[in-house]
Design a protein around this ligand. Structure first.
Ligand SMILES: [Zn+2]
Ligand SMILES: [Zn+2]
Length: 264
């Protein structure tokens, strides 16, 4: 599918933090809002590049996200890290295995595969039972790697003390669950025209950027447009928060679709 001018079709499958929004049992104004943009499934993104469909992370809402967006085929899953809200849906790739009779390519680091092995032993062990999810393991590190002819550059960020990978593809960078981006990793992001970055809420948090911290980083990168993801109910109501953002910064919302044209 190699084509230098290929565009990227991005769909935000989920834009919520690990609890999702609404949070069960919460009666706050965000969790009881009627605005569809205040309803956030767990963070994940769908990329269509050429004839390939790639999912970034596969959390507990994966099945509904695939149904909501009528995703009848996927080729690969790229994992950012192995926290439950990013991996819990891996069992639900079975539909693709069964119906399309194919394995799904999974791209992850050694640490993430080790955690997947612990959390989904039946996918990996030698006595795989009939009907278990079927994957091809593609080991990645903090080096550019190839996904069906497209170069993906990992960006190693810190989620408090845990390593998480962001991904840059052409002019597009996607970062979730970061609380710090080291300087030399920032250099990899520079020049991106479209940036997705996480912010949990307005106030400081140990393992996620706050909204102000994310905006500072966006200013440094200076992309054409930036979208915030991985939000909690403490971020506030979508419509009200977005009014106060810089003109090139937006809150992402579930099922938001963006076409990223390539400059070549
Ligand atoms: Zn997360
Ligand atoms: Zn709430």
């Amino acid at each position: 599918m190699e084509d230098k001018n290929q565009s990227i079709d991005l769909t935000f499958l989920g834009t919520g933090t690990s609890t999702g929004v609404p949070v069960v049992a919460c009666q706050c104004e965000v969790c009881t809002s009627n605005d569809e943009k205040d309803k956030r499934l767990r963070t994940s993104a769908l990329l269509k590049i050429g004839d390939k469909t790639i999912v970034i992370d596969c959390g507990p809402d994966f099945r509904m996200q695939m149904l909501n967006n009528a995703v009848s085929d996927i080729d690969a899953i790229l994992f950012t890290h192995a926290h439950r809200d990013h991996i819990a849906g891996l069992d639900d790739i079975r539909g693709y295995n069964y119906i399309l009779n194919k394995k799904i390519d999974v791209f992850a680091t050694r640490e993430v595969f080790a955690s997947l092995n612990e959390q989904f032993p039946y996918i990996f062990n030698n006595t795989r039972y009939f009907g278990a999810p079927q994957i091809n393991e593609n080991l990645i590190s903090n080096q550019p790697f190839d996904v069906y002819g497209v170069e993906v550059t990992p960006i190693k960020v810190w989620h408090h003390k845990m390593e998480v990978l962001g991904f840059r593809i052409k002019d597009f960078t996607y970062i979730t669950d970061a609380s710090e981006i080291p300087g030399k990793e920032m250099n990899k992001i520079k020049g991106s025209r479209i940036v997705v970055i996480n912010a949990l809420r307005k106030s400081h948090h140990v393992s996620h950027f706050s909204l102000d911290e994310a905006i500072e980083i966006i200013k440094t990168i200076n992309p054409e447009k930036a979208y915030i993801t991985h939000m909690s109910h403490f971020i506030g109501k979508h419509e009200e928060v977005e009014k106060d953002l810089p003109s090139n910064v937006f809150l992402a919302y579930d099922n938001l679709h963006i076409k990223i044209d390539s400059n070549g």
